[in-house]
Design a protein around this ligand. Structure first.
Ligand SMILES: [Zn+2]
Length: 225
């Protein structure tokens, strides 16, 4: 999870949220209308915020046109009714994180990290060991987030994260071998190659950038397999 900057609400929400909220309250239905809160303009604004990644796990999400596996979800739920069409409550989530989140009602969402809270950097609470997430320095918020969203228990997510890390190891080997052709490499040279490659993987628009940012902080984590 990386910190995200939430821009201004899409026009369609600004113009309609009040009326839609009233309709939702009057209808007596359990949930707001997904054709409204997941309007294409809302979805596009959320996709732009996260470079089309899940707000929570940073998995890459397919574009809408290609049969999206992204869900517009309500971080704090849909009650009171005002939350149904509230811009700050709408997030882009993969199915895995959305299901994991719903399956853990005993963990309050308020106790977890909000990627859009600009006052809190999720990276101050999350650490990585290989492809596994850990709370940084015992952060309770980090621990609650990992548990609530199943960041270490969604098997497909772990496999995908493992493959992403595997790609780093493969390219690290290639890059070191290439550099060693022209001159003998010192230990510092190798570390510099590793860090520069990991910085590339840690770019905010790439999947699991949090993991590489965390590994960059750990001495030796980019050198060990
Ligand atoms: Zn996710």
């Amino acid at each position: 999870m990386r910190g995200l900057r939430r821009g201004v609400a899409p026009r369609v929400l600004v113009d309609n949220a009040e009326r839609w909220t009233k309709d939702y309250r009057d209808s007596g239905s359990a949930r707001p209308d997904s054709r409204r809160y997941a309007h294409k303009d809302v979805r596009r604004a959320l996709e732009d915020m996260s470079a089309q990644k899940c707000f929570y796990c940073e998995r890459a999400l397919k574009p809408r046109e290609g049969g999206s596996d992204a869900e517009v979800e309500h971080r704090r739920g849909v009650r009171p009714h005002e939350l149904g069409y509230l811009w700050s409550n709408l997030c882009l989530s993969c199915k895995g994180c959305n299901s994991a989140k719903k399956a853990r009602p005993e963990i309050a969402i308020e106790d977890t990290l909000d990627p859009c809270d600009e006052a809190v950097d999720p990276m101050d609470h999350l650490d990585a060991h290989h492809e596994y997430a850990f709370p940084l320095r015992g952060s309770l918020q980090g621990a609650a987030t990992i548990k609530k969203l199943g960041l270490n228990t969604q098997i497909e997510l772990l496999l995908t994260r493992g493959r992403c890390l595997g790609e780093y190891w493969r390219r690290r080997g290639d890059r070191i071998a290439e550099a060693a052709k022209s001159s003998a490499l010192s230990e510092e040279d190798v570390v510099a190659i590793e860090r520069s490659l990991a910085e590339e993987f840690a770019r905010a628009e790439l999947p699991f950038s949090w993991m590489f940012r965390a590994l960059l902080r750990l001495p030796g984590a980019l050198s060990r397999r």
